[in-house]
Design a binder for this molecule. Structure first.
Ligand SMILES: Cc1ncc(COP(=O)(O)O)c(C=O)c1O
Length: 473
């Protein structure tokens, strides 16, 4: 007999929901403006965080309270002056979708009903937003997996049957710029091709792949009988935000009949903007594109997409017929197109964000971050105590603090120490990076919460802390 008792894991459900709403409001309000410093983890929290597994439960409210204290003492890319790496912004609409997604816990591996339709609609919207003629695509757990998916699809396309037989003794090659993200090398390694077959093509002075050097490498490999699997262009490099010349690269790929994948994990949303859209000419000629909604589109991690210009390649690379997952006729299950198996309903985050804000609001947020980058670059140019290391194509600015009198051979060490001092200070969270052998501060603007007024604080804090650093030893 089925029990009529309702099973509840949370006996205090009503109170807990009230707590949750209060905590979310607190968090969102605290993200509205930069905070004066990073809080430290106090000794009480430290003690709690080394305790062994509890055998008995404890009130949800107390546990939630601990969780929020820990989060508040953690680094959050949602804060308006978190400029390190390529963050996101914990966009509120995405947070709502994440909560609902977790509650329903749909699995996009197999038939999930209306969720499948929404998933496809979100893929179409993503393609429409960046101007890519997407024929099919899927949400993945990150740019790393989207890039790996593309490499596996390209490998099967170049050498059908490889997924069963391996490449054997055949020599293969993939091509990317010297500035490509290391997820490309890892994808090539995971695909069993060996990262030695990855040709790192030289870049120009703006850190973009040199298409002539790419053509030469393809020609040389063709002469030696090496099979080209894919060219991977980057649309927004991690280090400086450089966009490879997609149109010319697409032309080279067409001449050599080789797959073109565009890693736009960070940068491709800017294809939708009036200011930076021109860098992306030729994107529509790519065979596949990676785009992370959990970076510049702000939704919470994880939410990445792999977009394909033609149907069929994903199924060729990933399709299976298993006894526990029979197909209805020739209709593929979602999992026949994806590398990942159990898949959360990540698309709801982007879908809800686009549904609430619309493409126009998104474009205006993106323009705001591009403006912030240009504003910072212009201010750096105008100051004698800073040096600009890249003219931003997108929203990344690399610069050095160059205090008068500091010998040139001490600049690298000074800037590395300064970046760490800024992280400890917490007003502006920034990371060090190495551009053309020079250690710099790297500011990446992807958060719609960052205001133009607060951009001034970046150099103010850097100059103040830079002056107070002990002379480098
Ligand atoms: C250009 C580029 N590609 C791929 C990735 C990997 O993305 P994810 O962290 O979502 O796996 C990154 C991460 O910063 C990136 O900048």
């Amino acid at each position: 007999m089925i029990s009529s008792a309702v099973k509840q894991s949370l006996v205090d459900r009503g109170d807990v929901l009230e707590d949750l709403v209060r905590y979310l409001r607190m968090a969102w309000e605290s993200f509205d403006r930069p905070r004066p410093s990073e809080p430290v983890v106090d000794s009480d929290l430290l003690r709690r965080l080394v305790r062994d597994i509890p055998q008995e439960g404890s009130p949800t409210s107390a546990a939630l309270d601990d969780a929020v204290r820990i989060l508040d003492a953690s680094v959050s890319p949602a804060r308006p002056l978190y400029l390190a790496y390529i963050g996101s912004s914990g966009l509120e609409t995405g947070v709502l979708a994440a909560a609902l997604t977790s509650a329903y816990d749909a699995n996009l591996a197999t038939a999930a009903g209306a969720a499948d339709l929404l998933d496809r609609q979100a893929v179409r919207w993503a393609g429409q937003f960046i101007g890519f003629p997407v024929a099919e695509g899927h949400f993945t757990s990150g740019g790393q997996i989207s890039n790996l998916t593309a490499v596996l699809a390209a490998r099967e396309h170049a050498l059908p049957g490889t997924r069963e037989n391996g490449v054997g003794a055949r020599e293969v090659a993939l091509y990317c710029s010297a500035e490509a993200h290391h997820s490309i090398a890892r994808a090539v390694e995971a695909a069993g091709l060996g990262s030695r077959c990855l040709r790192r093509i030289a870049v120009d002075t703006r850190h973009r792949m040199d298409p002539a050097a790419l053509g030469n490498a393809l020609q040389e490999d063709a002469r030696r009988g090496v099979t080209p699997i894919a060219v991977i262009a980057t649309a927004g490099t991690t280090l400086t935000g450089a966009v490879d010349p997609l149109d010319v690269i697409a032309e080279v790929c067409a001449q050599h009949d080789v797959w073109l994948h565009v890693d736009g994990a960070y940068g491709v949303p800017a294809a939708a903007t009036a200011t930076a859209g021109h860098w992306f000419h030729g994107l529509e000629r790519a065979d596949s594109v990676t785009m992370d909604a959990h970076k510049w589109l702000g939704v919470p991690k994880s939410c990445s997409l792999i977009l394909m210009r033609e149907t069929g390649h994903l199924r060729a690379a990933f399709g299976h017929q298993e006894t526990y997952m029979l197909h209805e006729g020739d209709t593929a299950n979602a999992v026949d197109h994806t590398l990942e198996y159990s898949r959360p309903f990540n698309s709801l985050k982007l879908w809800l964000a686009l549904r609430v804000h619309g493409a126009e609001q998104y474009r205006s947020w993106l323009e705001g971050t591009l403006d912030n980058a240009n504003l910072l670059a212009a201010t750096i140019r105008a100051r004698p105590d800073f040096a600009l290391l890249n003219t931003p194509m997108l929203s990344t600015v690399c610069f050095q603090h160059t205090p008068p009198g500091l010998p040139a051979d001490q600049l690298n060490e000074h800037n590395e120490r300064l970046a760490h001092a800024m992280q400890r200070d917490g007003r502006v969270y920034i990371a060090p990076a190495l551009v053309d052998g020079r250690t710099c501060l790297r500011a990446c603007f992807v958060n719609y919460r960052t205001t133009a007024e607060s951009v001034d604080l970046v150099l103010e804090v850097a100059a103040q802390l830079g002056r107070s650093l002990d002379p480098p030893c």
